[in-house]
Design a binder for this molecule. Structure first.
Ligand SMILES: Cc1cc2nc3c(=O)[nH]c(=O)nc-3n(C[C@H](O)[C@H](O)[C@H](O)COP(=O)(O)OP(=O)(O)OC[C@H]3O[C@@H](n4cnc5c(N)ncnc54)[C@H](O)[C@@H]3O)c2cc1C
Length: 431
């Protein structure tokens, strides 16, 4: 029988957090709200923010990680308000480019389906959102959501909307809608595509003029954040004694609890995990997601373009979305999912060809950032109780899991999950 965790409710409990991205930093904020005072964050990079990465350039800040916060990002926007970080509406100039024609959301829908079919699909989509999207933990989600998204949409009669959403979801790096479980995509689609008076509308979005990362820099200033500090080994103590963390393979620290925000499929090297953990970690897969910053001529400016024909598993590594924010600067950013073995030459060739097919001329690649993205479980794993089993691991040997693989790959989802985990497992300190 393990001893009870005596550190719970003790303001001097030593709590470590692996990762100073949105999940780690918001967990730190919530722990502080619960009264815990000895929190240390270890971040392997030389900056905070994780996949929120604002790059200062001569032409201003370029977001090579997260870009947008939607009006539904209640936690993120509150944090920005609390820290005085400005955010401004960004009316995303979204267009779908099909056979060299630019379409809005409704134009594309109506070019593919008649008015009656479209109206019915929108109605069914709104009903599915109402029925299946709620704030309950993923471990209690309706099993219908374990189906691949396309199958789910088919069964619930909103395939035309799902097909439209497909290029948005691929552009945002969430895999292929024929495979990705509805459990994930239904968490975001309602924020992206709103139903107003029977019409589909794009949600309301914000960007951060000082950079998305500036929010996390502001938050981190309140905490003991160790940069360039990679947790390389975790030694748990199975009797609720302290855990040992080795940083950069040399420094040994002792803590009472550890919150891990790295994706579960990256944890195998850190510790000799029990078989139950390893089994779950093996069920998490992530995707290779690329951001290219490039110069081109003859492409439209001030646009956020999606290419529906590239929202398919084949051809591989095509540009799914690209954007330009300034009429007088021919600098573009594009997003693409790529297979693991695609070489830089293949990626460059695909990019140049995609630009050419859009009527543009590729000039130069300024930067390419690779991300290991969207850690998720497949439909089979979800049906086998992936999230339920994961919940049972929380707190074993003083170790807790937060971050995108516990929820969904957006800033808001990571923040919400981290805060709700803290509220559930870290009782307020007793005076
Ligand atoms: C190109 C791109 C565009 C995106 N666009 C949006 C968007 O518009 N809106 C949106 O909401 N989201 C967007 N996202 C997703 C969003 O950025 C992520 O979902 C969010 O950052 C996840 O936060 P996290 O803290 O869970 O993980 P991360 O941000 O990945 O943070 C984890 C941190 O842990 C650190 N770490 C890992 N292992 C160790 C270790 N062993 N020791 C120490 N530190 C470690 C990592 O270095 C990292 O800093 C985008 C992401 C990308 C890549």
């Amino acid at each position: 029988m393990p001893r009870p965790a005596l550190w719970k409710g003790d303001q001097y409990a030593r709590i470590a957090i692996l990762g100073a991205g949105p999940a780690g930093l918001s967990a730190a904020c919530c722990l502080r709200e619960q009264g815990y005072g000895r929190i240390t964050l270890f971040e392997q990079n030389s900056r905070v923010g994780g996949k929120v990465h604002s790059l200062p350039t001569a032409d201003g800040i370029v977001e090579i990680g997260a870009v947008l916060a939607s009006a539904d990002y209640t936690h993120v926007l509150k944090l920005a308000d609390d820290y005085g970080i400005d955010y401004q509406p960004y009316p995303v100039p979204l267009t779908f480019v099909e056979q060299h024609q630019q379409h809005t959301l409704m134009e594309l829908l109506l070019s593919r389906h008649d008015a009656e079919e479209t109206a019915q699909a929108i109605h069914n989509y709104a009903s599915a959102l109402q029925r299946f999207v709620c704030d309950q933990p993923l471990s209690q989600a309706h099993s219908e959501l374990f189906r691949p998204f396309a199958q789910f949409a088919q069964r619930h009669g909103f395939m035309p909307v799902a097909q439209l959403a497909q290029s948005i979801l691929v552009g945002f790096g969430y895999g292929n809608y024929e495979d990705t479980p509805a459990l994930y995509l239904m968490q975001i689609i309602g924020w992206l595509l709103k139903v107003e008076n029977g019409q589909l509308q794009l949600g309301e979005f914000f960007t951060f003029p000082s950079g998305y990362q500036s929010l996390w820099e502001a938050v981190s200033a309140d905490f003991d954040v160790r940069l360039n500090a990679r947790i390389t080994t975790i030694t748990p103590n199975d009797d609720n004694g302290p855990l040992h963390l080795i940083i950069n393979e040399e420094h040994d620290f002792e803590f009472d609890a550890l919150l891990i925000s790295a994706p579960l499929n990256q944890l195998s090297q850190l510790m000799n995990w029990p078989e139950q953990h390893q089994q779950l970690f093996r069920q998490v897969n992530s995707l290779r997601y690329l951001v290219n910053l490039f110069c081109a001529s003859k492409l439209p400016t001030e646009t956020f373009s999606l290419i529906p024909e590239h929202a398919q598993p084949t051809p591989p590594h095509r540009t799914a979305a690209w954007a330009n924010r300034s009429a007088d600067k021919p600098v573009y950013i594009s997003w693409q999912q790529a297979c693991r073995n695609a070489t830089p030459e293949q990626l460059n060739a695909a990019l140049a060809e995609d630009i050419h097919n859009q009527g543009g001329e590729f000039k130069a690649l300024l930067l390419r950032q690779e991300w290991d993205y969207f850690p998720h479980a497949d439909s089979q794993a979800l049906s086998n109780g992936f999230f339920r089993q994961l919940e049972q691991l929380q707190g074993q040997s003083g170790i807790y899991f937060i971050g995108a693989s516990l929820s969904f790959e957006t800033v808001e989802h990571s923040v919400r999950q981290a805060c709700s985990l803290v509220q559930q497992h870290f009782p307020p300190v007793q005076e």
